[in-house]
Design a protein around this ligand. Sequence first.
Ligand code: ATP
Ligand code: MG
Length: 417
Amino acid sequence: MQTLRGTKDILPEEIYHWQDIYYTVNKLLNIYNYHEIKTPILENTDLFLRSIGTETDIINKEMYTFEDQGQRSITLRPEGTASIARAYISNKMYEKSKINRLWYFGPMFRYERPQKGRQRQFNQLGIECLGTSSPIADIEVIKIANKVLETFGLKSYVIEINSIGNLEERTQYKDKLLNYLNQYKQDLDPDSQKRLISNPLRILDSKNLKTQNILINAPKIISCLNSESLKHFNTICEHLTYLNISYKINHRLVRGLDYYNYTAFEVKTNELGNQNTICGGGRYDKLIEQLGGPITPSVGWAIGIERLLLLATNNKIKKLSIYIIIQGTEKRQQIWDIIQIIEECKITFSLNITGNNLAKQLKQAHHSPAQICFIIGEEEIKNNYITIKWLKNSEQQKVKLSYLKAYLNTHKYLFTN
Ligand code: ATP
Ligand code: MG
């Protein structure tokens, strides 16, 4: 039996990193007053069709869509923002507060060719700041993305940023771009050729090298931006400079989803081969309206957790502190009193339950990551003490049970992390 292609089990040695990420981002986002939200993994297919945009890779070829027993078209969510927008509307979240700062963490599904850093079931951490068109919100979310990546020890990454303007500006730009690209029609990859008619801006996102080469001299969207769009974009750039967050303006950056306007950004690294984007985000001022909600200009991003883990340099290793060896099982109820004391001191322990002899259990203790070993044998039980062996240097001490708690509390710093 195998997992489905593009999906994988996360085993205990890896899950500690996941727990660490969840715990750390929870603490961090709490500081910024972002609140966690969990939406269903299943949604009406229509939600994604209406938000992500036709002629995007996600809609054209990546969705896991099926019909349920009631003949409804259901889709496993390919991304988080559409669901958040839906939840915001269906729960009337705008009634309680004008601004909603939200974050989510969970699995997403896209039918793609699996490679390193690219799976069919993958996880995203995302934040969304709903309810304001202020560029300060854009800066806040970019600053948080940077903070998250920094916190996990990522070093060589660049934040690429662009403004894709408003609908009017994009319409104007579309014509300019088409004028240019039509000259090279025959040399574009087949997908891009189709998009000349259906969605020309998507061509800018093409990964095809020949198409990318043609795009080098294409007109830039910035040439179509009016003063308001430019002001928004420049404010963000100025603040990022003030914050010492390095960024690169990429005039060809458009995102893989159609609901964005104004700010679009991606965080890229050169360490992951083709899967070089670790975070993607932007402003989406019209999405919530488009789905039937009130006017709610918003901005957010999503980070791919599998890619984050491939790059994180400060992965913590879960440590074990105490290894407990018991000799025999008769009259050994006292071990529960000892465990009670360890629990109260909040120290991690592992009880050897193999029933092996002392020598073998000691060997196992030495192979474990534990720092100290408790030996509870016949002598110990009879005389109410335990033998503590420091596994690093094999030093041994006898400690009276009545003194054990005090001993652990005073020595804890030596054998826990
Ligand atoms: P790519 O260009 O790599 O396909 P994308 O533009 O489709 O990325 P987004 O929709 O912006 O990605 O999603 C945000 C982040 O989620 C990505 O930057 C990436 O880290 C992660 N991600 C997206 N698709 C996958 C996938 N199939 N497997 C693993 N991570 C993914
Ligand atoms: Mg993609």
